[in-house]
Design a protein around this ligand. Structure first.
Ligand code: FMN
Length: 211
């Protein structure tokens, strides 16, 4: 891999022309990524937490919504990440769109969204995914694949012919950002990095970082 030499030749990111609110730029970048045929799931992002063991851990989740307030994904609140966030809500998100030579790095605080919002999203999921949320004690050890499949069958029988309710341990988390860094690949590794940092007066300070 030491011989890999890709040159990043895309458009510049100019501090004086970016919007005052980073969510506006995020929306622009997200829509551009989403419109690209070569980008399969533009909403794939990593979430890093600081674990109860003191180690950071990063895993992929799907960004399901973003608003002026923040970034929403869904998970099991009792999972390793759920427990880590309960103890320390400071998280980092990362989205990388290879075809656009762009990444966005977000730092922020994660909190549960309102229950009715989680209900609304849960209802929109296919039954198989709903049952999966019941059957999986996410992040806990299990003896075998068969034991997992048996749990799924149990819930299929339990909820047969009924609306499948949302388990109270499953729902959305919103990450409210304190900073967003927009990274645009440029030639000669002289990449553009524009950082938005939330100030005490809730305005965003915009600065350029060296690549
Ligand atoms: C493409 C992709 C999408 C994923 N989406 C989610 C998701 O939206 N929510 C989720 O809880 N896990 C999702 N996962 C699984 C997580 O990466 C992870 O395995 C799981 O959440 C357990 O993480 P934890 O034990 O650190 O809590 C996804 C994995 C991949 C590869």
């Amino acid at each position: 891999m030491s011989n890999y030499r890709k040159s990043y030749e895309r458009n510049p990111l100019i501090k004086d022309t970016v919007p005052e609110n980073p969510m506006e730029l995020f929306q622009k970048w997200f829509f551009e990524a989403d419109a690209m045929d070569s980008i399969d799931e533009a909403n794939v992002m990593s979430v890093s937490t600081l674990g109860l063991d003191g180690y950071p851990k990063t895993r992929i989740v799907l960004l399901k919504k973003f608003t002026w307030e923040g970034f929403i994904f869904y998970t099991n609140y009792n999972s390793e990440k759920g427990r880590a966030i309960l103890a320390n809500p400071k998280v980092s998100l990362n989205l990388f769109w290879h075809g656009l030579e762009r990444q966005v790095i977000i730092k922020g605080h994660a909190e549960k969204i309102a229950e009715n919002l989680s209900d609304g999203y849960f209802e929109s999921r296919p039954d198989g995914s709903k049952l999966g949320a019941w059957a999986s004690d996410q992040s806990k050890e299990i003896d075998s694949r068969k034991a997992l499949d048996d749990k799924l069958k149990e819930f299929e029988v339990k909820f047969q012919g009924q609306e499948i309710p949302r388990p109270d341990y499953w729902g959305g988390l919103i990450v409210k950002p304190i900073s967003l860094e927009f990274w645009q690949g440029r030639p000669n590794r002289m990449h553009d990095r524009i950082l938005y940092a939330l100030q005490e007066d809730y305005n965003w300070k915009i600065s350029r970082l060296q690549p």
